[in-house]
Design a binder for this molecule. Structure first.
Ligand code: ADP
Ligand code: NI
Length: 220
């Protein structure tokens, strides 16, 4: 198994699939998750081949892109790994990570048990917060035809994945339903440190957003 070649070919395969995505799950998202996953994985002493394959393939079967259900077997990823000649034990571990990665509601436990899974989950979640996370949230909201904000619709703490998926609330609510919770859900020390800073930036953004919404501005 030539690991370098497999990673290179996997990157090219994923880039071809996600290059024209406009929901915030584009190839640039994958590249950032890939890079951050390697960085965190090195700090944590994780198996980087597994980490990199899972990071690269984690969104090609995503339910949010209209592909099946989050708990389904990630079929495209599986087919690709088999076809690439990756060892069955590694395929099993990579698919396991992809299946368990996603956020499924404020009160739904999505803790992963392997070091590699924790690393990739942290890298994916770091890309959902901070300045990039803000940009991605509004891109996704627009893609799904959601309102930006509506004070009459209150954020909810979903206790099932079904309820979380059914939600069609405004994008600002998504900050309270997911994005502001991610800082405390980070698995690794490295990601927790990066998340703190990005979290504070989102809080500043929300303060400004609500202030401007009320019509108060710095001009007095
Ligand atoms: P996960 O699998 O944990 O959902 P992804 O890599 O698929 O992680 O990223 C989810 C992205 O989609 C986030 O950036 C998030 O802001 C955006 N997103 C998901 N649901 C919503 C929503 N209801 N409103 C706005 N953005 C959303
Ligand atoms: Ni992702």
């Amino acid at each position: 198994m030539n690991k370098e070649l497999i990673l290179q070919q996997t990157a090219a395969y994923v880039e071809a699939i996600l290059s024209d995505d406009s929901s915030g799950h584009d190839w640039w998202h994958i590249q950032r998750v890939w890079k951050n996953a390697v960085h965190i994985g090195q700090q944590e002493g994780a198996d980087l081949f597994i980490v990199e394959l899972a990071a690269l393939l984690h969104d090609i079967d995503d339910y949010k892109l209209g592909k099946g259900n989050a708990t389904d077997e990630p079929l495209a990823a599986k087919k690709w790994l088999v076809q690439s000649g990756v060892e069955p034990t590694i395929i099993f571990q990579v698919l396991d990570i992809i299946k368990g990665l996603s956020f499924k509601g404020a009160k739904v436990d999505t803790t992963l048990t392997t070091k590699e899974g924790m690393v990739v989950q942290d890298a994916d979640r770091l890309d959902a917060i901070g300045a990039i996370g803000i940009g991605r949230a509004f891109a996704y909201g627009g893609h799904k035809g959601r309102a930006i904000y509506d004070p009459a619709i209150r954020p909810q703490q979903h206790d099932s994945f079904e309820a979380y998926k059914k939600n069609t609330g405004p994008t600002i609510n998504h900050f309270y339903e997911k994005l502001l919770l991610l800082k405390d859900l980070m698995n690794t020390k490295t990601a927790r440190r990066i998340a703190q800073d990005r979290h504070e930036f989102m809080e500043q953004f929300l303060d400004r957003f609500l202030m401007e919404w009320e019509g108060e501005d710095s001009l007095g």
